[in-house]
Design a protein around this ligand. Sequence first.
Ligand SMILES: NC(=O)c1ccc[n+]([C@@H]2O[C@H](COP(=O)([O-])OP(=O)(O)OC[C@H]3O[C@@H](n4cnc5c(N)ncnc54)[C@H](O)[C@@H]3O)[C@@H](O)[C@H]2O)c1
Length: 397
Amino acid sequence: MANLKTVFVTGGTGYIGSHCIIDLLNEGYEVITIDNLTNSRSGALRRVQEITGKSVTFYECDLLDGRAVHAIFAKHKIDYVIHFAAMKAVGESMQFPLIYYKNNVIGTINLIEAMKANSVYQMVFSSSCTVYGDPEHLPITEDHPTGAVTNVYGRTKYLIEEMLKDLSHAEEKWNIIALRYFNPVGAHPSGRLGEDPTKNFTNLMPYIGQVAIGKKPSLTIFGCDYDTPDGTGVRDYIHVMDLASGHVSALSKLDEEHLRFKTYNLGTGQGVSVLQLVKAFEAVTDTKVAYELKPRREGDIVSMFANTTLAKKELGWTAKYSLENMCEDFWRWQTMNPDGYANDEPFPATSLDEILPLSEKTTAASPAKVTAAGPAKAVPAFNSVNSINGVNGVNNH
Ligand SMILES: NC(=O)c1ccc[n+]([C@@H]2O[C@H](COP(=O)([O-])OP(=O)(O)OC[C@H]3O[C@@H](n4cnc5c(N)ncnc54)[C@H](O)[C@@H]3O)[C@@H](O)[C@H]2O)c1
């Protein structure tokens, strides 16, 4: 049944955003999404419409363009915001800290200002388990200390969380949930939507996939003598469709209760080692993944997995997909779409020109999009700088 509420989704053509929009549409929400397409292709939204049979409104818009964001809020009646848009490559963030702070923090401030100017106070923010730093206890509960983060990307998430906390403390109207994702993997079970395999990636499963299809010779595993069941690093992998449903649950919670600001972990609660993931992947996909064991890397976190009790109790949410489902769905997506969305027609964007006041169209130029390569002349489709941390560790984003 249509619930006639409208969700404004930032970063909606990206990996997690596009999967979440499927669940939002299926739950009857109207969706308006923006993306600057620096790390995604709009063709993903065609597939979202094809899967759901419902339509999405899309603006190609940069959060750093505050005027445009204001104009979209002024044009539509928006009930909630889900804020996915961010730059997320850990290694790149260490090379280009200002770009990351500008994009992630200033982008969020612009969004908050537009929300406030249009009396929209309900938001779900994409945070990350990276805010916990090196865990003091496992499984990690939401009250674990945050802020001892060793990379710039993670610090942008921590800073934004602190900013949102201060804001909701100062102004009673705000009702914000920060969802701390553990390690999102997998793809939509249809095989039509997933993380674009043509992008630079720093996550383990896409790397395993590249080895399995013969595009990379082997997987390098850093550290095989940790205090874990098989000596390799442990993470909490969560299916992207479970993450998606976590956002729908968070919106219902915002509807029911005025929390001001609250954080929830989204994970499965199960720690899985690199070797366990490799073995599960091989078994499910009937492939061989060659790997090489190398010494530990400095700064890598050994083990990280969530305590998910709070999300279960207060959001009524638990992860449903198994590790096998994650591998199976990822593999289906990758084998059906080796070029991702590269050959898809772009999704038609609603023109910003139609909604920007005339005076602003003629007097001010839009700010240049920010990419890791600096303000863009012709903006590359994807972040162009490889992670300095390498791709085959178990980074947390
Ligand atoms: N994927 C993970 O492992 C992971 C883990 C924890 C948290 N997160 C967070 O979840 C969110 C979504 O991640 P994802 O994996 O879908 O990443 P993604 O890169 O696929 O999606 C993010 C989208 O935001 C867009 N974007 C970036 N800056 C923008 C700006 N200034 N204006 C408009 N659009 C902009 C990008 O083009 C991209 O489409 C991010 O905030 C990320 O930090 C991701």
